[in-house]
Design a protein around this ligand. Structure first.
Ligand SMILES: Cc1cc2nc3c(=O)[nH]c(=O)nc-3n(C[C@H](O)[C@H](O)[C@H](O)COP(=O)(O)OP(=O)(O)OC[C@H]3O[C@@H](n4cnc5c(N)ncnc54)[C@H](O)[C@@H]3O)c2cc1C
Length: 379
């Protein structure tokens, strides 16, 4: 393993040479080839946040989200793969898994031999994740799962999932725990794929648990752990924010090149102040997003996860900044911005997801407001 990810300059060259030339093809084919996933793993981009003695790279969340943003400049799909290979489900497995599970899976995740998905959302439980109905029942030395998950990234293309499920019929978030489910478990199957606007190289789809049985030792967290599971999920939110930032930075780079070269009315369009204002606004939004992401990534506490408030602020701002930057770049490119021969229309489609997935921007804002109001109450 060359561990390209340890150095951001080297990583930038890797993205330019290995990822940028292929991103449009993966979008058109709606699939990322397995060799590319392996290339990302070989570059040292997976399980960076996992401790070295557990098979990871032992890097900080801050460095890891910087690598995510670098990759996203060239390809948001690749960057989302990097997020999923470092945060969310990986964080939960690393933090809550027993020694046997961690020793078995974490080195495989680092090497790219296995990919894990996070399975929370259900047909009738999206923002209201506390209402999920997938059940987990302990039966001697096994856990039996029943239910359907929807919108699961990587459905059909990974090897295992961290599944949030309800234990003992306990209502609300108090009844929710998490189980690690390898996809070769009996009673598990992949459902239909969701056709999406952007991020087309990723498969989004359903997971079905029909009396699915896994060993009891695959329990990551029982009922009562919902708050800790969501704390682990804050890493995923900061990772998602870094994808938005990277898409926006990529779009700004294309717009700057174009503004220098495209000539109208006898001069480069970059000499028109109307274009300059667009470029400046993109940079302002992206710089602010970057600072918020860095703050969130640096807020990692003793449990190893970023703090909720900082993560939600960063995710909300960066998601909107990424959409703004991609959309504004499209305007700078004029007709070429709308053409599929240029990368910007793909960036617009990809960026659009990030006010929805990983908790919508409305839900993030509600969490931010609740934190503010609670603070005031204590004062
Ligand atoms: C591309 C993609 C990938 C995804 N990957 C995964 C994955 O890997 N794993 C996974 O578990 N899930 C995944 N999701 C699901 C995602 O987390 C949900 O789509 C998201 O949480 C919103 O849920 P929903 O789609 O059911 O919308 P709903 O919850 O039905 O919301 C619809 C609208 O109502 C608003 N709303 C809902 N409740 C409130 C409220 N109380 N106050 C104000 N507004 C409200 C929402 O903000 C939204 O605008 C993915 C989604 C997408 C699009």
């Amino acid at each position: 393993m060359a561990d390209i990810a340890s150095n951001l300059e080297t990583l930038r060259a890797f993205v330019r040479e290995e990822i940028v030339p292929r991103a449009a093809q993966w979008d058109a084919e709606e699939q990322v080839p397995a060799e590319h996933v392996q290339r990302l793993a070989d570059a040292g981009l997976f399980a960076q946040t996992v401790a070295q003695d557990a098979g990871g790279a032992g890097r900080s969340t801050l460095h890891t989200v910087r690598t995510v943003a670098e990759v996203a400049r060239g390809c948001a799909v690749s960057a989302r793969l990097v997020v999923d290979a470092n945060f969310g489900a990986v964080g939960m497995l690393d933090r809550f898994g027993n020694t046997k599970l961690r020793e078995h899976w974490l080195p495989r995740l680092r090497a790219g031999r296995s990919l894990v998905s996070i399975a929370m959302t259900e047909p009738d439980a999206g923002s209201a994740v506390g209402d999920l109905t997938t059940t987990a029942t302990l039966d001697d030395d096994e856990i039996i799962l029943h239910g359907v998950k929807r919108w699961i990234t990587g459905a059909g293309e990974r090897e295992l999932s961290v599944v949030l499920a309800r234990f003992g019929g306990i209502p609300g978030s108090a009844g929710i725990g998490a189980v690690l489910v390898p996809w070769d478990a009996p009673g598990f199957r992949i459902g239909r794929r969701e056709p999406t606007m952007g991020l087309r190289g990723l498969r989004e789809g359903e997971l079905h648990f029909e009396g699915c049985r896994v060993p009891a030792e695959n329990l990551l967290a029982g009922p009562g752990a919902f708050g800790r599971l969501m704390a682990a999920y804050n890493g995923q939110r900061v990772g998602a924010a870094a994808v938005s930032l990277g898409i926006g930075r990529g779009a700004l780079a294309v717009a700057l090149d174009y503004a220098r070269e495209r000539r109208q009315f006898g001069r480069p369009i970059g000499e028109f102040q109307a274009i300059q204002l667009l470029l400046a606004d993109m940079a302002i939004q992206l710089d602010a997003a970057e600072l918020l992401i860095e703050r969130a990534a640096a807020s990692v506490g003793r449990e190893g996860f970023p703090e909720r408030y900082a993560a939600s602020v960063a995710k909300t701002f960066a998601a909107e900044a990424g959409i703004f930057a991609a959309n504004t770049a499209l305007q700078v490119l004029g007709g070429n911005g709308y053409s599929r021969n240029w990368p910007v229309e793909r960036m617009v489609r990809d960026a659009r997801m990030f006010t929805i997935g990983g908790g919508t921007t409305q839900m993030q804002r509600l969490g931010i407001a609740q934190a503010l109001l609670a603070e005031r109450q204590e004062a």
